[in-house]
Design a protein around this ligand. Sequence first.
Ligand SMILES: [Zn+2]
Length: 324
Amino acid sequence: MTETERLLKNSRPYLTVSADKKGGVLNHCYLIISDDETARRTLCRMVAKVALCPNGGCDECEVCEKINDGAYVALKINESEKISVDDVSELIEDSYFTGFDGDKKVYVVTDMQGMNEKAQNKFLKTLEEPPEDVVFILGASQQTAVLATILSRCKKLYFEGFTAAQIYGVLTEKTEEPDEETTRAATRAAVCGFGNLTRAKKLYDDSAFGEKFSLLVSVIRNLSSTKKLDGQLLRLKIDKSNIDGYLDIAETVFRLILAAERGAVEKGFEELDAMKGEYDYPTLVNILDLIIKCKRMSESNCNPQSIADALFIGILEVKYLCRK
Ligand SMILES: [Zn+2]
């Protein structure tokens, strides 16, 4: 069992389906909601195993073994990012006509956000009159991506996310004795992931992440006037590919400084210690607000340079307005 699976065994979605199975009241449709792709897809598979295994997911019986090998006929998994009407027709036909061993068939669709409205409407008809002995395990990045009519047919299970310490454990699970640099990189990625393992993994795998972090901290520390801003911004080489990463790092930096108001700076972020005295509480809250606004600009495809200007000019303004 991987560290991710071990952690997810204690998550609410897993425990809920396990309890349903034990009580003999398995629903015919579950929807697991999480914007963390790794957590969502892993949970969907684990929950499918709970539904199919005679012992509720023991990982030892013949059924579990076959599922782990991807060879269990009564389990079909769709992890596509795009699902068309034709794909849904195929799935429905399969669910009605294909024979199977055991007492149940399970269909997993991990990315309902990729099923367009037409396809979802077609799928709905099956959910309204589901074939006997079929269980659907669906996943979605967010609830709004699924039609309300489908939602009302599913038992909705939210995954709340991991703690930074749990993410750190997953990132370093294959490293026997992590050296100082690995520990530092994993700690930073774990905290910057904001509970999302997929996001943290991406940062951890980005060899330039540490460098970007230090660079952004240095730019923030050197912000003194709008006149000198252009020179500082040039150091970041802002473009479409890195603006979101920088905004995540900026959010992390100011959240950590805010948390450190009540004590020491989190381990692995010692360079922020010197910044603690520079910002008071209202300044930090206003800056965090500003970062959220910049993230929204990025979501609506604003020019990366204008987002960076809005962020750094904004920080200077907030610092000026909130000065003691
Ligand atoms: Zn089993």
